[in-house]
Design a protein around this ligand. Structure first.
Ligand code: FMN
Length: 242
């Protein structure tokens, strides 16, 4: 292993879900800002970046969110909680961001690709992300790809449910980058999906269409912070080489 690989290997192996944090540790909250900056660099579907990150740092808000996390210890003992939010409703803003990049004066886009990419963001993305009243559009799209798919390979995940999955995938990738970064900074995390999403959304004043992907608690692990040994299925049991 070269040096970079062994550093990465160590970070991956030392990241554990921590259930109790050391509250007496002199917590440096700047590591979270750097880690969110790195999370933002994560791959995400069509560079739409339909995500937001809410840092819960003050004691009162933290104890509220910890309560909504069913009083789980990783939330109650954390120095900070970061809520990873999915924002399908902000798709128009993301389309504009990408179109501005493609069509700006100093665009990196080759002329030959510019037209195709402009069409992608002006036609396909609105069709995928537009609000689907009573699933009528989803049904039409599903029927269209079914027939198109009889003759050629097509992307079949075109419904409004698929849209949510797409955004959640991207946000979960950002969450993993975040957790590895926090570990690299010498701190610990625990991803949480055990929470009351309705109450968390209300507390953060999020619109109806926003969703919570996960909440990640951050802090320095206490001596008894990791509860279980890390056990996984073996490589040979989950990998198929074709
Ligand atoms: C999407 C997701 C949700 C999770 N939710 C919780 C949770 O609500 N509470 C908790 O204590 N751990 C939670 N975990 C942590 C897992 O239990 C943990 O990752 C798993 O047991 C493997 O342990 P490790 O992370 O230390 O390798 C969650 C993990 C993921 C990825």
């Amino acid at each position: 292993m070269n040096t970079e690989t062994s550093i990465f290997d160590k970070i991956v192996k030392e990241r554990r879900s921590v259930r109790i944090y050391d509250k007496s540790h002199n917590y440096d909250k700047s590591i979270v800002e750097r880690s969110i900056e790195r999370a933002i660099l994560s791959p995400n579907s069509s560079n739409m970046q339909l995500w937001e990150f809410y840092r819960i740092t003050n004691e009162e808000s933290k104890s509220k969110i910890a309560y909504y996390c069913l009083d789980q210890l990783p939330a109650k003992t954390a120095n900070e909680l970061v809520v990873f939010v999915v924002r399908p409703d902000k798709y128009k803003q993301s389309i504009k961001f990408n179109l501005d990049l493609i069509n700006s004066k100093d665009s990196f886009e080759k002329e030959s690709r510019r037209k195709k990419r402009t069409l992608y963001y002006t036609k396909l993305m609105p069709l995928f992300y537009t609000f689907d009243f009573l699933f009528v559009l989803s049904l039409l799209k599903k029927t269209f790809v079914f027939f198109k798919g009889l003759k050629q390979p097509v992307v079949r995940e075109v419904t409004s449910i698929n849209k949510k999955v797409t955004i959640h995938k991207s946000v979960a990738l950002a969450a993993q980058t975040f957790m590895l970064s926090v570990k690299a900074e010498g701190y610990d995390t625990c991803p949480l999906e055990g929470f009351d999403s309705k109450r968390v959304k209300k507390f953060l004043k999020l619109p109806r269409k926003a969703e919570i992907n996960m909440i990640i608690s951050v802090g320095k692990a206490a001596d008894d912070g990791v509860w279980y040994p890390q056990k996984r299925f073996a490589y040979k049991d989950v990998v198929r080489e074709i």
